[in-house]
Design a protein around this ligand. Structure first.
Ligand SMILES: Nc1ncnc2c1ncn2[C@@H]1O[C@H](COP(=O)(O)OP(=O)(O)O)[C@@H](O)[C@H]1O
Ligand SMILES: [Mg+2]
Length: 296
């Protein structure tokens, strides 16, 4: 049975999608069978990992919407596509993704209470979980019903944030959603950990974390409830990396390393950016696998 992780933060641009595909690649590189699920209608994960692209209108025929729509008459495996990467499959986003929350509401209402509107994605993923070691769900920048379904379906949540004061506010808002969902959906949300993404200076980051976290832990019941203290922050952090900003890294960093080395010749500076990204994501992946007890 796969271990299912939702990558979640209601702010956009914090690195959710980049984190999801890079972690999937690092896990695949270590021999894990990985399924990624794109629940964001922008379809960034889908366009990174497949030939499909929401922005050009080249849509996957089968995606998350289609799987949920057919959940009681077909096996979810029919809705899985291969990515261009070995050991990584995807349930893609397509033109229907924005309609998923409405579909879920409708199906739950039509079922006369036999279907809980938070568990529809979980029911679908249940059918295919045995085919994978890990399922990673990328989410849109909101707190909508599809995100709540992803949280309900997951064993744990991974939260990427920037190292700024406002990110801790965003984290607080996220925790409030988890808390509300625990009550309304009668579930338990397990925060696997918080990842600092796009870190500019490691030293400054450590000071920042110490100053801000102590204060939050003292005063904030939600932080206490979800056990958010310094041990919940992964030691591995992801640097603000020009190679990612400038699009030098095509797809997951780890799959760029050997090709780049051959083709970059003397361009040492750029090569460093690619290697740095690859090794940071791999180090984070190792920490995560250790935490979920998936390590060989
Ligand atoms: N470590 C990083 N350093 C610099 N830029 C990054 C990094 N990770 C992601 N980005 C860039 O930041 C933007 C937002 O990242 P993305 O993963 O799409 O965030 P989200 O999914 O949370 O909206 C993208 O343009 C991406 O290429
Ligand atoms: Mg995204």
């Amino acid at each position: 049975m796969a271990y299912c992780i939702t990558v979640c933060m209601q702010k956009g641009g914090v690195g959710k999608t980049t984190l999801t595909i890079n972690l999937a690649a690092c896990m695949a590189k270590q021999g894990k069978k990985v399924l990624v699920v794109d629940t964001d209608q922008q379809g960034d994960l889908t366009s990174t990992a497949t030939e499909y692209s929401v922005s050009t209108g080249h849509f996957a025929k089968k995606g998350v919407y289609d799987m949920i729509h057919a959940h009681d008459i077909a096996v979810a495996a029919n809705y899985v596509s291969h990515t261009q990467y070995e050991n990584i499959d995807i349930i893609p986003a397509n033109a229907n993704t924005p309609l998923v929350p409405g579909l879920i509401e409708m199906s739950a209402t039509a079922s006369n209470g036999t279907i809980n509107k938070y568990e529809m994605l979980a029911l679908c993923l249940c059918e295919i979980a045995d085919n994978y070691d890990v399922i990673l769900i990328d989410t849109p920048p909101n707190q909508g019903l599809l995100v709540q379904n992803a949280l309900y379906a997951s064993d744990a949540v991974l939260i990427p944030i920037h190292s700024t004061y406002y990110s801790l506010q965003g984290l607080g808002e996220m925790l409030r959603l988890f808390f509300e969902l625990e009550k309304t959906a009668d579930t338990e949300i397990n925060v696997l950990g918080v990842v600092l993404s796009m870190v500019k200076s490691r030293v400054a980051m450590n000071d920042w974390l110490q100053d801000n976290l102590d204060e939050k832990m003292r005063d904030n019941e939600l932080y206490k409830h979800f056990g958010i203290d310094e041990t919940k922050f992964f030691k591995s952090t992801i640097s603000n990396n020009q190679a990612i900003v400038e699009g030098e890294i095509m797809g997951p960093a780890i799959f760029n390393v050997s090709d780049k080395r051959k083709s970059m010749g003397g361009k040492k500076k750029r090569e460093t950016g690619v290697y740095k990204a690859a090794s940071e994501y791999m180090s984070l992946c190792d920490e995560i696998l250790a935490k979920i007890g998936e390590e060989d």
